[in-house]
Design a protein around this ligand. Structure first.
Ligand code: NAD
Length: 497
């Protein structure tokens, strides 16, 4: 019998019967292995009601108590991360070591959130006026919604919920319906850690569940990560409904390689960042900008590193796994067709399949295009697969202009040995996360993650201090303790005296 995955509401598995469900695949075999329940609006409301009921108790739990639960959760997660990683590989397809890396990066946000007593400290000004003190505090929002994409089923939700929970909010997560199991294990870990029922809820589904979160007035904020068209929709609908929204969208990350760069380092980086996780990373490098005259040499170095790459079942020690679904594999392959038809030079053709895995898996091998031009769809669109495009540019300025003109602005990197050029790049580039000789510059948990332009809607990035601000509201208190000399009527505007 196919396993069924259902919702987690108020500290337990939902016991109802779903009217709709989705298929969950093992991408390495192409087989449906599980069914996931899709929530109706009513089920979504049930989860929000549980979260709302849990809010007053959790908000009022002492910082000490909340921190103890976070530390306990961190220990349980750390002890069981291989299990979470195995579930990710089973449903997403990424290789085990990569899945483990994802869990570790999520865990870092939990570790950051363990410092919540310090992060929530306010300011205090004594004696702003005679006998008057002013101080600030930050308080939780209430029920917060998190909607996550398929490509990081554990890490992306963990960009948000550790901070949200630590700050005293209660949470409803709507994970991707393509790989819903990892978050279920995490839900059980929270319970084991002593989190009160109703603080952490998971509702599976598609647009109906998402719209339920957007429409429910008890949901005070939405943290979304996914493709740009949906991010825009989430931002517009959520803010229209009076919610605080951070909606992280798609990407097209460029790597600019200057002639003075170490070309071996740059070629290694292009391979790792282009084909890791089969290119299904929002921080993947998808465009290499080779500044004249290094184009031929750089392309040759990248190409010579490709044949040894082993694509296959992620459980078998391969370098790269399958794509997440057959539909997505076909979409990515159609971009390879389009690039070829548009006249780009196909240096390595990933449509020629030679894998260590089941023939029915969703395979596409690493693909390299050279002489890509900016009018081609392989340049303009986010492909989200193992397709790396090389664009030749005449100068540093031409490369920077291309990056700044592109609608996306998630991540970028420069490869150079010239500190002055790197410093100029970090200043001029219109992108949220910048690497200097680092191809996937994902910020640590105590900094904030997020792009610019069409890669993020809203003004708060994820985790770090921006995350703490997103999940709390500021309040400033002006207080005077009894001093009879300050009585009396005065209708003037208060000033400091
Ligand atoms: P997606 O936009 O298809 O789905 C994201 C979430 O939205 C899922 O939970 C999905 O169920 C839901 N959803 C899908 N269609 C919807 C609709 N019509 N209305 C409402 N909700 C809907 O994205 P995906 O394919 O799961 O993930 C890949 C995308 O996510 C890529 O574009 C990638 O760049 C992006 N991403 C961005 C970041 C970032 O930090 N900027 C991080 C990871 C992934």
């Amino acid at each position: 019998m196919t396993a069924r995955i259902t919702h987690w509401i108020n500290g337990q598995l939902w016991t109802g019967t779903a009217e709709r469900s989705g298929d969950v695949y093992d991408p390495a075999t192409g087989q449906v292995t599980k069914k996931v329940d899709f929530a109706s609006g009513a089920v979504l409301d049930e989860a929000v009601a549980a979260a709302k009921a849990a809010f007053p108790g959790w908000r009022d739990a002492s910082l000490t108590k909340r921190t103890q639960v976070l530390f306990a959760f961190r220990e349980i997660l750390n002890a069981n991360k291989e299990q979470v990683a195995a579930l990710i590989t089973e449903e997403h397809g990424k290789v085990l070591s990569d899945a483990l890396g994802e869990v570790t990066r999520g865990q870092e946000v939990v570790e950051f959130a363990c410092g919540i007593p310090h992060l929530l400290k306010g300011g205090f000004s004594e004696g702003v006026s005679s006998g008057v003190d002013v101080y600030s505090i930050r308080q939780p929002l209430g029920v917060v919604g998190i909607i996550s994409p398929f490509n990081f089923p554990a890490m992306v939700p963990m960009w948000f919920f550790p901070v949200a929970i630590a700050a005293g909010n209660t949470v409803v997560v709507k994970p991707s319906e393509k790989d819903p199991s990892a978050i279920m294990l995490i839900a059980q870990m929270w319970k084991q850690a002593g989190l009160p029922d109703g603080v952490f809820n998971v509702v599976h589904g598609d647009k109906e569940a998402v719209d339920g979160l957007l429409d429910n007035p008890d949901v005070k904020s939405i943290s979304f990560v996914g493709s740009t068209p949906i991010a825009r929709y989430i931002y517009e609908t959520g803010t229209r409904n009076g919610k605080r929204v951070q909606a992280l969208g798609g990407a097209k990350n460029h790597m600019l390689v200057l002639p003075d760069a170490d070309l071996d380092l740059a070629a290694d980086a292009a391979i790792n960042a282009g084909f890791g996780s089969a290119g299904e990373r929002c921080m993947a490098i998808s465009v290499v900008l080779a500044v004249d005259p290094i184009g031929d040499e750089l392309v040759a170095k990248i190409a010579e590193r490709m044949p040894p790459l082993k694509t296959g079942d992620g459980r078998r020690g391969t370098d790269m796994g399958p794509l997440v679904t057959g539909v997505h594999r076909d979409k990515v392959a159609s971009y390879v067709d389009a690039g070829e038809a548009a006249g780009a030079t196909l240096v390595a053709d990933g449509r020629i399949i030679d894998v260590d895995g089941d023939e029915a898996g969703f395979w596409l091998l690493p693909t390299l295009f050279d002489h890509v031009t900016t009018d081609m769809t392989i340049y303009t669109d986010e492909i989200f697969g193992p397709v790396l495009c090389v664009v030749r540019v005449p100068s540093y300025d031409a490369g920077v202009a291309l990056i700044n003109d592109h609608p996306y602005g998630n991540g970028t990197a420069i490869f150079t040995n010239d500190g002055g050029a790197a410093r100029r790049f970090q200043n001029e580039i219109q992108v949220g996360m910048v690497g200097i000789n680092v191809p996937i510059p994902v910020p640590m948990a105590y900094y904030s993650f997020g792009g610019w332009k069409a890669s993020l809607f809203g003004d708060s990035h994820a985790h770090g201090t921006e995350g703490v601000h997103f999940f709390t509201r500021g309040k400033v208190i002006t207080s005077r303790w009894l001093d009879p000399s300050h009585g009396g009527i005065n209708l003037g505007f208060p000033t400091q005296s």
